[in-house]
Design a protein around this ligand. Structure first.
Ligand SMILES: Nc1nc2c(ncn2[C@@H]2O[C@H](COP(=O)(O)OP(=O)(O)OP(=O)(O)O)[C@@H](O)[C@H]2O)c(=O)[nH]1
Length: 483
């Protein structure tokens, strides 16, 4: 039974792999045809997206590419060149050159950690430039041999031409591929329209400044206009996601080169030699590295900040909110109009005879009981409820929009579940602890979190005095006043 299932799995995985490889081949073919069609007459494609798209595709797949993928990619290149009547020998030489750069970039990038590869590390752009320069150099080495044969140039020119072309295309396109959000995961998240961020003026302004600086360049002209959009692009990098910044820098590179070649952007320089064109393309592309580096540093900074924020507001042992985190979240929740107008309940929970657990089985056993209780309590709550560890063996819960009856029922559920849940500790002993819970309820809160907690605490004290392992409802007739 097991082996036949494995065979079926392998078969279906094989089917998916072939389909996947075919898709890679088709994408390589389409990108290559696009590159060949956009080339000026007599020159190999000026904008050659295929290699960067292929490296990005292979890296973004869940599994490393197999032989089928590489064969499909090679076929895609060959067929595109043959369709454009480049003939077999020329097509084969061009395919080898393309694949040399792709394989080099793929191998180097696939060995990097996820953070570096997705350009989410402050130093990732440095490594990225080294990788794409290596990919360009690999293609350049092929260029030394094929350029004199195919185009009659010198080996040195062959190296320079292939190196710069690959470098420019990788730097412009690969960041977009590497930072592209995982669409399947996004769609699975079912983002509703109301969850989307609102577009405010400060979010639109950097993009408007970028468009404005591009326009200004066309109006003023002269050799200094190329970096005009850099301040706006840095502003974009500080405001938008890494992926959006990568898209903006790609647009900048393409726009600048197209605008100069079409005469929309007049910089007053002569581009009558291949060297001058190469120099311009490399210069424009390298300019775009600055905003990408800023965006990359911003991502790393924001992730560090959110990790620090989480660490400051959560208890490292039970992973629920700590006192500070609970108070901040509770106050924020109480300021929400939807919460203010609805009933609200607070539970104060304290594990019974917890000192005895520590004294009998050791501190580690006490910790295990605390972790177990936090998990169990969390499992009894609804999505919008807040659970926090206020200190020691004392926990609190805020239940927004919860009636007296519901609050009592939730508290009783936690109490019963914990009493019925044995915890096995390090010395092999099985501990059966209980919890006492005080409940405070308000039909119109209008008071501070501290006041609510102290009212629920009074009910907890009553629960302890009347025998523990029980739920006691506090006085709910009048709202508590701030202490
Ligand atoms: N294992 C462990 N123990 C803790 C931690 N924080 C506080 N304690 C212990 O929790 C115990 C609390 O004991 P008491 O306040 O006397 O309460 P109790 O024994 O539960 O008695 P009642 O609350 O009256 O049922 C003390 O022994 C503290 O040292 C912790 O993080 N881990």
């Amino acid at each position: 039974m097991g082996s036949s299932k494995t065979a079926v799995d392998a078969q279906s995985a094989g089917g998916i792999d072939v389909k996947d490889a075919l898709l890679v081949g088709v994408i390589v073919f389409v990108c290559s045809i696009f590159g060949i069609y956009t080339a000026p007459p007599g020159v190999l494609a000026a904008f050659w997206p295929t290699n960067a798209v292929l490296v990005g595709l292979l890296l973004r797949r869940r599994h490393p590419p197999g032989l089928a993928h590489w064969l499909a990619a090679a076929t895609g290149y060959m067929v595109a060149d043959l369709v454009m009547a480049h003939g077999w020998p020329k097509s084969a030489m061009l395919t080898c050159t393309n694949l040399m750069g792709v394989v080099t970039c793929y191998l180097l990038l696939s060995r990097m950690s996820d953070d570096y590869r997705a350009l989410r590390h402050p130093r990732s752009m440095l490594r990225f430039v080294l990788v794409v320069a290596s990919g360009g150099a690999a293609a350049g080495i092929c260029g030394i041999f094929i350029h004199p044969v195919l185009f009659g140039g010198t080996p040195a020119y062959g190296f320079a031409f292939w190196f710069t072309t690959e470098l420019v295309n990788y730097i412009a396109i690969l960041p977009v591929m590497l930072t592209m959000p995982d669409l399947s995961r996004r769609l699975a998240g079912h983002k509703r329209r109301s969850d989307w961020p609102e577009w405010r003026i400060e979010q639109v302004a950097p993009l408007a400044a970028f468009a404005g600086s591009l326009w200004l360049g066309t109006q003023l002209g002269g050799p200094g206009v190329i970096p005009y959009p850099i301040p706006a692009m840095l502003w974009c990098a500080l405001t938008y996601s890494l992926f959006a910044t990568a898209g903006i820098t790609l647009f900048f590179s393409m726009w600048t080169l197209l605008a100069i070649s079409s005469g929309t952007l007049v910089i007053g320089a002569n581009f009558d030699s291949q060297q001058a064109i190469m120099s311009l393309r490399v210069g424009v592309t390298l300019t775009a590295l600055a905003p990408l580096t800023v965006a990359s540093v911003m991502v790393a900074r924001n992730e560090l900040l959110s990790r620090l924020k989480h660490a400051a507001s959560h208890d490292p042992m039970t992973h629920v909110l700590n006192r500070g985190g609970f108070m901040t979240h509770a106050e924020e929740l109480l300021a929400t109009p939807a919460v203010v107008r609805r009933p609200l309940a607070v539970l104060m929970m304290d594990i019974d005879f917890f000192k005895k657990v520590n004294d009998t089985h050791g501190h580690a056993a006490g910790d295990a009981v605390l972790v177990s209780f936090a998990q169990l309590a969390e499992g009894c709550l609804r999505g919008g409820d807040l659970l926090g560890r206020l200190g020691g063996e004392e926990f609190a819960v805020l239940l927004p929009g919860c009636s007296v009856d519901d609050a009592r029922a939730i508290a009783q559920r936690i109490c019963d579940a914990f009493a019925a849940h044995p915890v096995t500790v390090g010395d092999g002993a099985t501990l059966q602890s209980t919890v006492s819970i005080g409940v405070g309820c308000w039909t119109h809160p209008g008071t501070s979190v501290e006041a609510m907690l102290s009212a629920a605490d009074a009910a907890l004290y009553a629960a302890k005095r009347s025998g523990r392992n029980r739920v006691v409802l506090g006085d709910t007739r009048k709202p508590a006043t701030a202490t």
